[in-house]
Design a protein around this ligand. Structure first.
Ligand code: ZN
Ligand code: ZN
Ligand code: ZN
Length: 739
């Protein structure tokens, strides 16, 4: 499926109503862009000399109700004007009639090129020129206007090929799945690249299931120098000259006994200087990863907010201003102007030591499109604080992230001194490490988020000043139990990283892949990590069986490369589509004639039936998954997914159900499983009623403060109590074998 590119509307900018088409009697040049926000920003830059109009995204597409691709005749597509764009096209027709020239200024990538081409085709424009800019700033736009060019048909064809490939898969695999599915949901669909993403998630889940955790023990000594109280931890590493391995509690106890009364002496002290270089400025994938780790935004949400910042935000008296460069890019390149801008800013606001001698140039991954630039602020002097009053909270936080990352990428290295100490007790050796930050460099502004709990060197606390042969005093000697960990489930951040590393998808597609596989019910997020649903596993197994080497990583990556080759003008798009379609069609026929069916296994969930006490199971229905009593048809009890087991405090019949709101700001809310009941709360009900006003009580858990706040859902009522959370009993285990 192609990315649905819609015109974005920032919440703080004016909504543009469809004003009547201006009569272009003066014969002004016309510029066409995708969105009203972009229109406002451009119009502000260009003033009255140009008419700027919005196409509202795509104006034509393949038909909804049929394939729209002529397989017999070189996959020729049939495009239709989108019904919702008829009026827009009429308006554009009028405005462009008297125009001496029409500039198509859609976004600077394949899809933007395709939108420009469709506009030109739909309006039959004879005098259209393509211009592109990576940022909607006066200098970039003026420069673009001096370099108009014809539409790049290679780029358009690369986009067409992707659209057609995805259409062929979507429209031909979906009916196959409907036919082969047994019981429950019928409206299944499959996507070319999405299927590979689901496959990665399923395969990871099976690795996790197959993983057998192994127990191991650690012994940690807390020590201090004799002459000052400066406790630090050292970990047991060796006995004699061999690495020590403690498998059981008995092993650990034997060592503890052995060490009773031992003296602890510093055997060696080693100091190393380390440098840390800043991470490169953002590209699409790294922006999505960091926004997920640090801000908790989904890839889709991140792209929506970034698009608002790119298209322009109303900065009060200044009008609409674009705050960042184009957000779909795989290039870490920075223009010379951008480098100078960063260096000037650093010179003015930081000590000279923070400015490296020369600007930093980052290397872009091979195959990336280097005409693009990294994602960066258009003007670094617009500090996050200075624009904060005009931004939504989300826009502010994302802008701050981009602004800091950009500046940090041009700052000096951090310098660390890492000290490693070996401590001897009898013939056992302990090891401790500590870090002193000699110079923080870019870390003063920014440090990159991580996907694992492991500590970076710069995060280790410093050690006391120690000498060889110095005797230490033992404060405590503690054994702790651990288990080896399976590979972690993918998060949004690590899945984007994996897709990029495997060469699947492109800056314009990561976010769509991630949201589509969730919307189709093939995977779910649990504690922000992806887990396949039983449906997702069943469909995946079926597709892997019949299309083993089409919906796999190497072939999908190969197709991405082929699309790049089309864009470079070195391959013919029809040939590329055929390379996929011929084996695909053979396999499709085999599957259609095969006897295999898709059966979603019935999975028991940790819930008892509220009516008969039998276990509940998860089933797939016409409209998605739900919970049903395992004694069906004797007991016909069903519950929605998300049923909490808490009796509804209002009707006392239904059960509280946790749901997720759809749309941009997805958040949890709570309703009742009884349709007639009108329970609706944003916080989780406890099931009890307020002793003062009889409204449902709700709770909020504050993990950091280790407490649960229970308060009344009636905003007029002040009833509130706090309680301490029970201590977590989990043994802290070290992550082993993670990325
Ligand atoms: Zn039952
Ligand atoms: Zn109820
Ligand atoms: Zn109350």
């Amino acid at each position: 499926m192609a990315k649905a590119r819609k015109a974005s509307q920032t919440s703080k900018t004016r909504t543009s109503k469809a004003s009547p088409a201006p009569k272009n009697t003066a014969g002004k040049p016309v510029i066409i862009v995708e969105s009203p926000a972009k229109t406002r920003t451009l119009q502000k830059i260009l003033g009255n000399a140009y008419l700027v109009e919005a196409s509202m995204g795509h104006v034509r597409d393949l038909p909804k109700t049929k394939l729209g691709v002529d397989i017999e005749h070189d996959f020729q597509p049939t495009y239709q004007t989108l019904p919702e764009r008829k009026e827009v096209l009429q308006r554009l027709q009028k405005v462009t009639q008297n125009a001496p020239i029409v500039y198509l200024a859609t976004d600077p990538d394949r899809e933007g090129e395709a939108i420009a081409w469709h506009i030109q085709q739909a309006l039959n424009l004879q005098n259209a020129q393509r211009i592109e800019f990576n940022e909607i700033t006066a200098s970039a736009v003026q420069r673009a206007l001096t370099q108009p060019r014809p539409i790049d048909l290679h780029r358009v064809n690369a986009q067409q090929a992707r659209r057609i490939l995805d259409r062929l898969v979507g429209y031909q695999v979906s009916p196959l799945l409907w036919r082969k599915m047994r019981g429950g949901r019928k409206a299944l669909s499959a996507g070319r690249v999405q299927s590979v993403a689901v496959r990665l998630i399923v395969e990871r889940e099976r690795e996790i299931r197959a993983f057998v955790p192994e127990e191991y023990w650690k012994i940690t000594a807390t020590l201090t120098p004799l002459d000052e109280e400066f406790p630090f931890d050292a970990e047991l590493r060796q006995k004699g000259d061999a690495k020590i391995e403690l498998k059981t509690e008995a092993d650990a106890k034997a060592v503890l006994q052995d060490l009773e009364g031992a003296t602890y002496v510093v055997e060696s002290v080693e100091k190393r200087q380390r440098r840390r270089t800043p991470p490169p400025p953002f590209i699409t994938s790294t922006l999505q990863q960091e926004a997920s780790r640090k801000l908790g935004y989904s890839a889709k949400r991140t792209m929506q907010i970034a698009q608002q910042l790119y298209e322009g935000v109303d900065l009060g008296d200044e009008g609409s201003v674009a705050l960042i460069t184009y957000m779909r890019t795989d290039s870490v390149r920075l223009s010379n102007e951008a480098l100078q801008m960063a260096r000037d800013y650093l010179q003015q606001h930081f000590d000279p030591a923070y400015l490296p001698e020369k600007p930093r140039q980052y290397k872009t991954r091979a195959g990336a499109q280097d005409a693009h630039e990294a994602i960066r602020p258009t003007d670094v002097n617009r500090t996050p604080q200075s624009v904060r009053p005009y931004l939504t909270a989300e826009q502010y936080r994302l802008y701050e992230l981009i602004w800091k990352r950009f500046l940090a990428s041009q700052m000096a290295d951090a310098q660390l001194e890492v000290t490693s100490v070996t401590i001897r007790a009898k013939d056992y050796r302990f090891r401790a490490s500590g870090t002193v930050i000699l110079f923080d460099g870019f870390l003063a502004l920014y440090s990159e988020g991580k996907d694992t709990a492991e500590k970076e060197e710069e995060e280790l606390p410093p050690l006391p000043e120690l000498q060889e042969n110095e005797e230490l005093r033992l404060i405590a000697l503690k054994p702790s139990q651990h288990f080896t960990q399976p590979p972690p489930r993918y998060t949004e951040a690590t899945l984007v990283k994996a897709l990029e590393q495997h060469g699947i998808g492109r800056p314009s597609t990561y976010a769509t892949i991630l949201s589509t596989i969730q919307e189709r019910g093939y995977v779910e997020l649990e504690n922000r990590a992806f887990k396949p649903t039983p449906l997702g596993e069943a469909v995946n197994d079926y597709l892997v069986k019949y299309f083993p080497d089409l919906f796999d990583v190497p072939f999908t990556a190969h197709m991405e490369e082929q699309l790049d080759t089309i864009e470079e003008g070195k391959a013919d798009w029809v040939g590329v589509v055929r390379e996929f379609y011929e084996p695909f069609q053979q396999k499709l026929n085999t599957a259609l004639n095969g006897d295999d069916v898709i059966r979603v296994p019935v999975v028991q969930v940790a819930r008892a039936c509220p009516n008969c006490g039998a276990p509940m199971v998860r089933r797939e229905g016409r409209y998605g998954a739900f919970l049903a009593c395992s004694r069906y048809p004797d007991c016909k009890t069903t519950l929605p997914i998300g049923a909490t087991g808490i009796r509804c405090p209002l009707c006392k019949v239904g059960e509280v159900v946790e749901r997720k709101s759809k749309g941009k700001k997805a958040r949890l809310y709570y309703t009742c499983s009884q349709k007639e009941c009108n329970l609706l709360l944003w916080d989780k009900p406890t099931g009890a009623l307020c002793p003062e006003c009889n409204s449902p009580l709700v709770e909020r858990v504050q993990k950091r403060q280790n407490k649960r706040i229970i308060f009344c859902s009636n905003p007029e009522c002040r009833y509130q109590v706090e309680e301490e959370l029970e201590a977590e009993t989990d043994v802290p285990a070290e992550a082993v074998g993670v990325e």
